[in-house]
Design a protein around this ligand. Structure first.
Ligand code: N01
Length: 487
């Protein structure tokens, strides 16, 4: 058994790219470079810095398994603490030195058995293996609202928060009622002169409490691993994740009913004014869109100075937003909490596989990958959090870790010399896709009467349409019959 030395390029220094780099070093693969288009690590947690930014996964489960964090101050992790955690971890594991900052990958082509890459700085690199860890939600969706350029105040997307602007004493408009819009409204209510929430589609909200860990608790998590384990309750957490995914797929309708009842009760009990309550009542089933976890949104929207606007937007004008009823909502700043283009993944990179096959041709209909990690004709190219992987109200770190375990086994075959080139077969991808689309149409994302960023252009949910345990099982060991191995 040979032990080939391999050069590995990782694209992206967010959560998944850092994970890949740490794991590669751990496996003794030292010729690793991480290309990062920005000047800092962190991916989504670097780009999103809006007020109220919080992840909806319990803090102690939003870490790598090998690097727990006893320092979380809240039950749900605040964005700045997540960013600090990744920065600390990156440094601790020696990843900083491997990263080329301000250096994006523009093209990657598989020629004569190796990947040839061109960077945004005009350099080239040649690698045996490429790991794309480019994230899911990174390209802001900027809506085409007429008159946007006429607005005289400040206007920016939620993932491009302009911290140079002092919002004190200002009237703010927030467009969008996903997790982001809801968190921003909750944070700004009562802190500015006025905040108007422009909601095209109200969403269901789970009233998940977000308490604080006391200094004593944090100290005990730091010094006593058993205390941390007890606080984590990993078995229960994983059972909840499994139950959640079964509720989505429809195999556990009682769990779905419980989640729905909790959302409904939250609305009925916590919004006093019946008129406002009706305006906030979604017209689709709970869990159809990604559930919003918020302990304080309904409180915030009922505060003096906070306004719900359900009327559609007609134009943006110099002084504010005009709605279809002719009312001009005068504003000093507008935040577009309008989400992301969820089908981008590695785009706009130009990626060309074996025999000149373009990624854009494989992805002509929609982004696809065998089990979300690899593609035919793109040998020795692997994705973390790639298309059709599990996405939902659970930790994407955990998902990436399982995917890495799978990818590492593919890399081991290349390293041992068993395969020079490894990629799934066309038949494997086609079979997977066929099964996936059939399953996707049974999920509540499809049947629940809503649209969301989970749906592709054909209205098919693009996330993993089965339960969590099936994903974990699939990631344990590759089925080598699904792979083509060039010796
Ligand atoms: O984006 P979204 P998000 N006019 O796509 C509205 C993660 N995240 O940034 O529903 C008016 O959910 C659109 O309206 P509609 C998480 O995975 C996680 O909030 O299409 N409105 C919708 O209300 C999340 O799911 C956390 O009718 C327009 C909103 O914009 C994902 O990011 C925190 C419009 C977009 O909602 C995306 O969340 C924050 C228009 N022209 C984010 N165009 C955690 O806690 C769009 N909208 C982990």
């Amino acid at each position: 058994m040979v032990d080939k030395s391999l050069r590995v390029v990782v694209i992206g220094a967010g959560m998944a790219g850092i994970l890949a780099a740490i794991k590669l070093l751990e496996d003794g693969i030292n010729d690793v470079v991480v290309y990062e288009k920005a000047d800092r690590i962190g991916g989504t947690w670097r780009e999103n810095t809006y007020p109220g930014l919080t992840c909806d996964v319990p803090s102690h489960h939003y870490t790598y398994k090998f690097e727990r964090n006893p320092h979380w101050t809240r039950f749900l992790p605040p964005g700045n603490e997540i960013q600090a955690y990744f920065e600390r971890t990156c440094t601790k594991y020696g990843i900083d030195e491997l990263i080329r900052f301000n250096c994006g990958i523009e093209t990657a082509s598989f020629v004569a058995g190796r990947w040839h890459l061109q960077t945004s700085l005009g350099e080239t690199d040649v690698a045996d293996i490429v790991v794309a860890a480019t994230g899911v939600l990174h390209q802001p969706n900027i809506p085409a609202i007429q008159g946007m350029e006429d607005f005289l105040g400040d206007l920016f997307h939620s993932a491009r928060w302009d911290h140079s602007i002092d919002l004190k004493g200002k009237r703010i408009g927030v467009i969008g009622s996903g997790s982001t819009g809801v968190q921003i409204i909750s944070a700004l209510a009562g802190q500015v002169a006025g905040v108007s929430h422009f909601q095209r589609t109200p969403q269901w909200i789970m009233p998940v409490e977000n308490g604080y860990f006391s200094a004593e608790e944090r100290e005990s998590f730091r010094t006593d691993p058993d205390a941390l384990d007890a606080a984590m309750g990993t078995e229960q957490y994983l059972a909840n994740v499994e139950g959640y995914t079964q509720a989505i797929t429809g195999s556990k309708l009682d769990t779905r009913a419980q989640w729905s009842a909790a959302c409904l009760q939250n609305l009925e009990q916590n919004v006093e004014d019946p008129e406002l309550r009706e305006l906030l009542r979604p017209d689709h089933e709970p869990m159809c869109k990604r559930l919003i976890f918020s302990p304080d949104y309904y409180g915030a929207i009922q505060r003096p100075g906070t306004f719900l606007v359900r009327e559609g937007i007609e134009t943006i004008e110099a002084e504010g937003i005009r709605t279809l009823d002719g009312v001009l909502h005068k504003l000093d700043a507008i935040v577009l909490a309008t989400g992301f283009k969820a089908d981008r993944f590695m785009r706009p990179m130009t990626i060309t596989g074996r025999n000149g096959v373009a990624l854009e041709s494989l992805w002509r209909d929609r982004p696809k990958a065998y089990l979300a990690v690899a593609m035919p004709d793109f040998p020795n190219f692997f994705m973390l959090n790639g298309p059709n992987g599990p996405v939902g109200n659970f930790s994407l770190i955990d998902i990436a870790e399982h995917q890495w375990d799978y990818i590492a086994q593919c890399i081991a075959r290349i390293r041992s010399g068993e395969c020079r080139e490894i990629s799934p077969t066309h038949a494997a991808l086609e079979g997977f896709e066929e099964e996936r689309v059939v399953a996707a149409k049974t999920t509540i994302w499809y049947t629940g009467g809503c649209t969301s960023w989970y749906l592709d252009d054909d209205g098919i949910p693009s996330s993993w349409p089965w339960n969590y345990q099936r994903f974990v099982d699939k990631m344990k060991a590759p089925d080598w019959n699904a792979f083509e191995c060039v010796i």
